[in-house]
Each structure stands twice: as C-alpha cells, then as structure tokens.
Ligand binder design. Structure first.
Ligand code: NAI
Length: 488
C-alpha cells in the first residue's frame, strides 16, 4: 500500500528520518511504500496559500493515508494552518489521541499508570474559522455543530472503545451554556451510545473535566469532545503523561486519515539533531495498526518501551543524571532493542501466529462532494427573525426606531440584546454595551409569515440601520430552534 509522506518543517525532517529508519529496520518498508509529497513552508513560500501542491493533494487522495511531520503556520499574509486545512478538506473528522504512562518518562502522575484516550471532533465548531468584523468594535465567530458530523465522531469513538476494551466513554461538553450547539453534541452522544449497550457512558462539563483530569485522571478511559474544547483538553492530557513529545495523534476519516505528532516544528532546536522522535514514532504505530500491521506495531512499540525503560532519553525528558543523547542515537537505541520486550511495563501484544498483512484499502473517489443527513423532513415554521445591527445608538432609541419600522408587518420588536444580554425592554443600566445589537422580531399574535415578509422587514430596517446579519427564528417539529437572550 502507498502512503503519502510529508516530512514537515523545523524538526520535522529529523524526526521523520528517525521514524522511517526505525520502520525500515523493523521491515515495514516491505509492506508499505512511502511517497513524498510537497507540503509546508517551502510551498507557502512559493506563493501557494494552501501550503500544498495540486500533485500533493492528488497523491494524498489516491493513497488515503498521509503520514506527516509538523508544519509551520505562516504568521499573517492570509495563509491558514495547513494542518487544519488538511483535516477539514479531507474530512478527517475524529482526532484520536491515546495517552499512556511511559517508562522512563517521569511526571507527577507516573505512579498512576495512566491509559486513556481523547477523541476530539476535528472539522466543525469554531474551527470553521467563519469570522467577521461586524462593527468598529466587534468581531464574531460562527460555531457550527452538525448532527451528521457529530454522529461520525461518536461512532468512531464507540467503535474504538469497543476494540480497545475501554469499558466507559464520557462526553465532555458545555451544554449547560451552549444549549443548542453543545446540546446537540451531547444529544447525539446519547443517541449513538444506545447502539453500544456493552459500554458504560457518562457526561461531564468541560471545566469540571479539566479539574478531574488533574485530580483523579484514572477515572476516565475515553472522553469525546467538540473541537475547541477537545483541542485544549487533549494538550492537558498530554501534560499528564510527559508533554507533547509523547503525544501521538490520528486524524481519522471515512476515506482519508492523517497521522502526525501533536507538537509543532520546535524552531528553537531545529537542525541541531536534538529532537525527540517519540511522538511521531507513536503516531506511526497508530498508523500501522490502522492499516492492519499489528505485529510490526507491537514489535516496534516494545523496542521503544524497552529503550525508554533503560533510560535512553533526549534532552527534553528523562533522568538528568543520565546524559541525554541526540535524535540519531536515541533512534539507534530503539533499533538495537527490536525483538526485545520491556520488563517493567506490560509489553504490547499482537495476535499470535500468522503474519501481518495490510487490511486497509485506498479510497474510492466519489463522483461528487458527499452530503450527509441525520434528520430529514422536520416541520419547520418561522416564528420570528433576529437582525444584528452595527450602530452606536443606545438600545432605547434604537427600539423606538425599530418599533416604527415594523408597524404594519407581521412582526413586533420583542427584545434587543447586546453581547447576548437583554437590554430592552428590560435590563440593567449596569449592563455594559458595545456598538453591535441584536434586534429580535417575533410574530404578532395570530399572524403567520414566510421568508419574504421577514426579508421585507429587513429591507425597511436597512433604510435606517446597518444590518450585518439576519437569522430566521424557527421551530423544528414544534421545538424552538434558537436560544433565549440572557435575562429574558
Ligand atoms: P512546538 O511544539 O513546536 O514547541 C514547543 C516547545 O516544545 C519548544 O520548546 C520545543 O523545542 C519543544 N518540542 C516540541 N517538540 C519537541 C520534540 N519532538 N522534541 C523535543 N522538544 C520538542 O510549539 P510552538 O513553538 O508553539 O510552534 C512552533 C511552530 O509549529 C508554529 O509555526 C506552529 O504553527 C507549528 N505547529 C505545528 C503543528 C503541526 O504541524 N501539527 C502543531 C503545533 C504547532
């Protein structure tokens, strides 16, 4: 099977060379062909704002697997993170990170023998990067959580928990505050969990989760979270087992998956031969297992554990009384132990007998972009419209003006809020306001309306105000599909 290979920037080429040396020594190159692709800093520098060539895109889409080193995100100039672009454009929707206490890697939590996983939704949430400046003083970011997108992640999480023997899966969220977006994430967690009766479930608010992870991390086996919360919690989790140098990551999609270390390009040590390749090696082992090469993965993992246990370490970790080695010597320390098993920790096991074979297959190219559905055919009724206004006028005067503008329409002005807090008709003079208001119009008693009436009202409002956004208020099978303002 062919694997697209991008070494990355900074320490990327050093740790990738080390990982491939180790894989070669273990015979992985007899099963896999690594095909180099052009991605990263040098591609951005050629003026390509995507950071990857068309040829690279084609190769990744043919192979279905990308093994990559860290890549630098250009600062300013419109270039977006290549890592986020890759995950999103290839729908690598589940970010899976497995955290274990490793021998020779001392942390305040070493005695707990941790072994747990974080699954982070990888495509949606605020990582859509849908942002606008809407007034002199205000910027906004749109947060997207979809039912089918969440379902894919939940199915991956529960399938993985089942395969790995994690008996419990928790959902981390903030549904107490973001009742619709995180509410949907939690609701889909519960719906998908119903299909896995053998796995216990729980849910935990993300702030409490952070405290619990520091106070009693062993109570969790797998936690699944929305994108931004998962991003933060998974770095916290990495800290529990020794930091980013030991945090592997798999970005799993239905067609294309990406395997990479969690850490960045470490510009401070790049080119010095000092980098620790462990996280990339562990990411590579996730890739080998994903492809079906479970015996090769177990052999390499045991050699790595045996090396760590013997005190072989790079400068970023380990016993300070034992001299640190560079990347090449560290890698040789692992290669020399291929065939050995660790003595102080449980060795990795692979099914006995038989030989390894690649069970994954390259993706079949769909004829058109894929459209997913979870719910269809819900009865949707318009009950109002929110308009967002860029304006300096205080709420009371804006309200008087808007009330005049909606005379004769099916809608009445029901509230004005600022930064999500109601300031008209009720509110507190202590509520600090900025130059960006939400005006909520709701149907007058006994009236009905379709979109043209809402748009006609907006057209009238635009004669005297700048409307930056418009959002329909609708019910879905009778259930309100919008949030209330704080204080409403
Ligand atoms: P970083 O992870 O590159 O470095 C943070 C600290 O950890 C530095 O002191 C570094 O020397 C150390 N470190 C990281 N990996 C190490 C390793 N394998 N061995 C030994 N020490 C290691 O994070 P930073 O400095 O915030 O980001 C640098 C660049 O990396 C930025 O351009 C950023 O955009 C990019 N980046 C790329 C990622 C990816 O490609 N997946 C992820 C995170 C950052």
């Amino acid at each position: 099977m062919r694997i697209a290979l991008a070494s990355g920037d900074g320490i990327g080429p050093e740790i990738m060379a080390a990982t491939l040396d180790l894989f070669r020594a273990a015979g992985v190159d007899r099963m896999l062909e690594f095909v180099p692709v052009e991605m990263g800093r040098h591609v951005f520098e050629q003026g390509n704002t995507r950071g990857m060539t068309d040829e690279a895109v084609r190769t990744v889409e043919e192979c279905g697997i990308l093994f990559k080193g860290p890549m630098e995100t250009p600062k300013g100039g419109g270039g977006k993170s290549i890592n986020v672009t890759a995950r999103k454009m290839w729908s690598a929707y589940a970010n899976y990170r497995h955290f274990r206490t490793l021998p020779g890697v001392r942390t305040p939590f070493s005695h707990l023998d941790l072994d747990f996983a974080i699954v982070r939704e990888n495509v949606e949430d605020t990582y859509g990067g849908i942002e606008h400046r809407v007034s002199d003083d205000v910027t906004v970011c749109k947060r997207v959580i979809s039912a089918p997108g969440t379902d894919e992640v939940m199915r991956f999480a529960f399938d993985t928990a089942q395969r790995m023997g994690f008996g419990t899966v928790h959902c981390g969220h903030k549904a107490n505050i973001m009742k619709l977006t995180d509410g949907m994430f939690l609701e889909r967690f519960k719906a998908i969990a119903a299909g896995y009766p053998g796995i216990a479930t729980g849910d935990v608010i993300v702030d409490a989760l952070c405290m619990n992870l520091v106070m009693k991390p062993q109570q969790y086996r797998m936690v699944v979270l929305p994108n931004l919360q998962g991003d933060i919690v998974s770095d916290l989790a990495a800290g529990l087992v020794g930091g980013l140098g030991f945090a592997p990551s798999a970005n799993i999609g239905s067609n294309i998956s990406i395997f990479e270390a969690v850490h960045g390009t470490a510009p401070d040590i790049a080119g010095k031969g000092l980098a620790n390749p462990t996280a990339l090696v562990l990411s590579g082992l996730m890739m080998l297992r994903h492809l079906g090469l479970v015996r090769h993965a177990a052999t390499i993992e045991n050699a790595l554990l045996a090396a760590l246990e013997s005190g072989v370490h790079t400068g970023d970790f380990g016993d300070p009384s034992v001299p640190a080695v560079g990347t090449a010597e560290f890698t040789q320390g692992i290669i020399r132990r291929l065939g050995s098993e660790p003595r102080t920790v449980k060795p990795a096991v692979a099914p006995s007998g038989g030989t390894d074979s690649v069970t994954a297959v390259p993706p079949v190219r769909p004829a058109e972009p894929i459209v997913m559905h979870t719910f269809t055919g819900l009865r949707k009724e318009i009950v109002g419209v929110d308009m967002y206004l860029d304006g300096k006028m205080p709420a009371k005067e804006t309200a008087a003006d808007l009330e005049r503008l909606c005379e004769g329409s099916p809608f009445r002005l029901s509230l004005i809020s600022c930064r999500g807090t109601q300031v008209w008709p009720r509110g507190s003079v202590f509520t600090e306001c900025v130059d960006y208001w939400r005006a909520r119009f709701e149907l007058r008693d006994g009236m009905t309306a379709a979109q043209p009436e809402a748009v006609a009202l907006m057209a009238k409002v635009t004669q005297r105000h700048v409307v930056t956004e418009y959002a329909l208020l609708r019910t879905f099978d009778g259930v309100r599909g919008y949030s209330m303002a704080q204080g409403q």
